[in-house]
Design a protein around this ligand. Structure first.
Ligand SMILES: NC(=O)c1ccc[n+]([C@@H]2O[C@H](COP(=O)([O-])OP(=O)(O)OC[C@H]3O[C@@H](n4cnc5c(N)ncnc54)[C@H](OP(=O)(O)O)[C@@H]3O)[C@@H](O)[C@H]2O)c1
Length: 332
C-alpha cells in the first residue's frame, strides 16, 4: 500500500435527515483485512437502503463502515493477507457492507466479480446489489424455473429492472407493477410480458387475466402492507412469495386460509446482514450463471442517472422522488 494516499474523500452522513446531510468528509483510506481487497472506486451504486440508512432507520451492521454505499466498481490497489483471487490492477465489481461512497473501499474478495469488458464503470457499479438480491430471492428462495410466471412489484426499480431481465433470460414470463404508464412501458420494452399500473389497475385482477385465471408461481414483493393479502390472491397453487422490503407498513391483516388452500410458501431475506460465507455462496452462484449473460450483452443494467460523488444529495433526492427508472450511480 506504499503508493496509496493515507486520507481520502468520502460522503458521510452528518446526522440523520434529508439528502443535504450527505457531506464530503476526509477519512482514512481503509486497510484490507484477511481475505479482503482494497478497491480504488470508479463508481458506486445508489440503493434504496442507502436512503433508509441516511434517515437513521437502517444502521450499518456491526463492523461495517458508517459511510453509505453497498456496491462498487473499481480497480484492486491492495490485497489483505490471504487474498489471492484478484491481482493488483484487476477491474472488479463488488458487494460491500458499507463504504461505497468513497474514493477507496474494502471488499471481501469472495464478494467481488471480474467486470466484463463490455460494461462501463457506472454499469458495473449498478450490478452487485441488484444481481445478488434478485438471484438469491427469485431463483434460490423463489425457485423460479423456465415456463413459470414471475410477478415483480416495483418493476422499474433497480431491483425490478434486473429481475425482469434475469427472469426472461432464464425462460420465465414476467408481469410487473409500476406507478405510471411510462414506467410500465419501460418495463415492457425491457422484456416484461405485461405491466400493471398499480395506481389505476388492480394487480390481482390483471395477474389472473394474464395467466388464464391460474395466478403466478413466484412473486417478488418490495411493497408489503395490503399487498401481502393480495399477493396470496394473485399466487398460483404452490406459489412462492418472496419478501425483500416494505415501502409502507410491515404489518398487515391477512387471510391465511389461502396458504393452506393453495399450499403457498411465503419467505424473505435481507442481503446486508448475511454472513461473509452466505454472501460468497450467492456471489459465486450468481456470477457463474449471469456473468456470461452480462458479457454477451443479454443482461445489462438499466441506467437512470450518473452524477459525481459530491452530488450524492441530488442522487438521493432523485431516488426519493421516484422519478427514476433503473439505477442511479455516483462517479468517483
Ligand atoms: N432484502 C434485500 O436483500 C434487499 C436488497 C436490496 C434492496 N432491497 C429493497 O428493494 C427495494 C428496491 O430497491 P431499489 O434500490 O431498486 O429501490 P427503488 O428503485 O427506489 O425501488 C423502489 C420501488 O418501489 C416501488 N413501489 C412503491 N410503492 C409501490 C406500490 N404500491 N406498488 C408497486 N411498486 C411500488 C417504486 O415504484 P414507483 O416509483 O413506480 O411507485 C419503486 O420502483 C427497496 O425497498 C430496497 O430497500 C432489498
Amino acid at each position: 500500500m506504499t503508493d496509496l494516499p493515507v486520507r481520502m474523500t468520502a460522503i458521510g452522513i452528518s446526522s440523520p435527515g434529508g439528502p443535504e446531510v450527505l457531506r464530503p468528509e476526509e477519512r482514512p483510506v481503509p486497510t484490507p483485512g484477511s481475505g479482503e481487497i482494497l478497491v480504488k472506486v470508479a463508481a458506486a451504486g445508489v440503493n434504496r437502503p442507502d436512503v433508509v440508512q441516511r434517515k437513521g432507520f437502517y444502521p450499518p451492521p456491526p463492523g461495517a463502515s458508517d459511510i453509505p454505499g453497498l456496491e462498487i466498481c473499481g480497480t484492486v490497489v491492495a490485497r489483505g493477507p490471504d487474498a489471492t483471487s484478484f491481482a493488483l490492477g484487476d477491474r472488479v465489481m463488488a458487494l460491500v457492507s458499507g463504504g461505497g461512497y468513497a474514493e477507496y473501499c474494502v471488499a471481501h474478495e469472495s464478494h467481488a466479480l471480474a467486470v466484463p469488458q463490455n460494461l462501463s464503470d457506472a454499469e458495473a457499479a449498478a450490478i452487485p446489489e441488484t444481481l445478488f438480491t434478485v438471484w438469491h430471492n427469485v431463483f434460490e428462495r423463489g425457485g423460479l424455473t423456465a415456463g413459470e410466471t414471475l410477478l415483480v412489484h416495483g418493476g422499474s426499480s433497480g431491483i425490478g429492472t434486473m429481475a425482469i431481465q434475469l427472469a426472461k433470460a432464464f425462460g420465465a414470463r414476467v408481469i410487473v407493477t409500476a406507478g405510471s404508464d411510462d414506467k410500465c412501458a419501460a418495463c415492457v420494452k425491457l422484456g416484461a410480458d405485461a405491466a400493471v399500473n398499480y395506481r389505476t389497475q388492480d394487480f390481482v385482477a390483471e395477474t389472473k387475466a394474464a395467466t388464464g385465471g391460474k395466478g403466478v408461481e413466484v412473486i417478488l414483493d418490495m411493497v408489503g402492507g395490503d399487498y401481502i393479502d393480495r399477493n396470496y390472491e394473485a399466487a398460483a397453487v404452490d406459489g412462492r412469495i418472496v419478501q425483500i422490503a416494505f415501502q409502507g407498513p410491515s404489518k398487515a391483516t391477512v387471510d391465511f386460509r389461502r396458504i393452506m388452500l393453495k399450499r403457498l410458501h411465503h419467505t424473505g431475506s435481507t442481503l446486508r446482514a448475511r454472513s461473509v460465507a452466505d454472501k460468497a455462496a450467492i456471489v459465486a452462484a450468481a456470477g457463474k450463471a449471469v456473468l456470461p449473460l452480462l458479457a454477451a450483452g443479454r443482461v445489462r443494467p438499466v441506467m437512470d442517472t450518473s452524477v459525481p460523488l459530491a452530488e450524492a444529495p441530488a442522487a438521493h433526492a432523485r431516488m426519493e422522488s421516484s422519478a427514476h427508472i433503473g439505477k442511479i450511480v455516483l462517479l468517483v
